[in-house]
Design a protein around this ligand. Structure first.
Ligand code: SAM
Length: 276
């Protein structure tokens, strides 16, 4: 019988964020496939686990090493996949391995935990209920502008990674491209964790020069999504006391929206209407 492939999330800074289940899994498997074996070695030393076989799996050897790992899984060994920090595959290696595991019918078990994306969203005070994750922005200014222009046409909030040496340039470009506000999360869960928010130019002014550390940016949702969110909030409150038609009429007076659209939205939010 083939072994199990565990996809294990590890801390994005604070070692205390490694889950009990992640520790137990890392101690139990025969092989740990790590993006950088030295970095993961530090984590393993922290949990008092040494002597385990490690394989280095990174962007430049992923196909070859993934095949070797599949062979070991087929021999019955269990494998844990970890990346340098956070959740594997989220802008980290592992996709090829997961493809092969699926093709070969290998059992895959996620061991969830930290990710910079979700961590930033979890403390973002700007509207971002619906969001689009875009990973790292393009390194060339013209390509980056094009990407941003295209994403900004949509109402969802935009979640992106950016490097310290490009973040100022990106903020300058955003200043020209949008009035949407920005939330910038820096060094989350680490000693110099900090959060900035405001227009892109506000954030630019608050940002240290030169900027240091790791960054996640969140561009707030566009107006359509914000309006939808506000309508939902108002309707949900009114629906506690009123029927959908009355709630929609009052919501239209309060928020200035279209009564028919608000009524349709009220029907989707009203638990009594959904039962019918
Ligand atoms: N797989 C990782 C995850 O789930 O968080 C993301 C890997 S990606 C290669 C690394 C990028 O994530 C960094 O360049 C930075 O943009 C963001 N990041 C990672 N850790 C962070 C932290 N502690 N604070 C802010 N951003 C972070």
């Amino acid at each position: 019988m083939s072994g199990t492939l565990y996809v294990v999330a590890t801390p994005i800074g604070h070692l205390g964020d490694l889950s009990q289940r992640a520790i137990a899994t890392l101690k139990q498997v025969q092989i740990i496939a790590a993006e950088d074996t030295r970095r993961s070695g530090v984590l393993l030393a922290h949990i008092g686990h040494s002597g385990c076989q490690m394989m280095s799996l990174h962007d430049h050897n992923e196909t070859m090493v993934s095949r070797k790992i599949i062979a070991r899984l087929q021999q019955g060994d269990s494998v844990a996949l970890v990346s340098d920090a956070g959740t594997p595959l989220i802008n980290d290696p592992g996709f090829r391995l997961l493809q092969l595991a699926s093709q070969h019918g290998v059992q895959v078990v996620p061991i969830p935990g930290p990710s910079a994306v979700i961590t930033a969203l979890s403390v973002c005070p700007l509207p971002c209920q619906h969001w689009r994750y875009v990973g790292f922005l393009a390194s060339k200014s013209s390509a980056r502008r094009q990407q941003l222009q295209s994403w900004l046409q949509h109402a969802e909030a935009i979640v992106f990674f950016e490097s310290p040496h490009r973040i100022r340039k990106t903020l300058e470009e955003l200043t020209e491209l949008t009035e949407r506000r920005l939330f910038l999360a820096r060094e989350m869960t680490k000693q110099h964790e900090s959060f900035l928010q405001g227009s892109a130019s506000d954030v630019l002014q608050q940002l240290a020069d030169p900027p240091k550390g790791e960054f996640v940016g969140i561009i707030e949702a566009g107006e359509a999504a914000v309006a939808q969110y506000q309508h939902q909030q108002v309707l949900q409150t009114l629906l506690q006391e009123l029927a959908p038609a009355k709630a929609a009429k009052l919501a239209a007076q309060i928020c200035g929206g279209n009564k028919k659209h608000l009524y349709e939205l009220a029907l989707t939010l009203d638990p009594k209407s959904q039962r019918n």
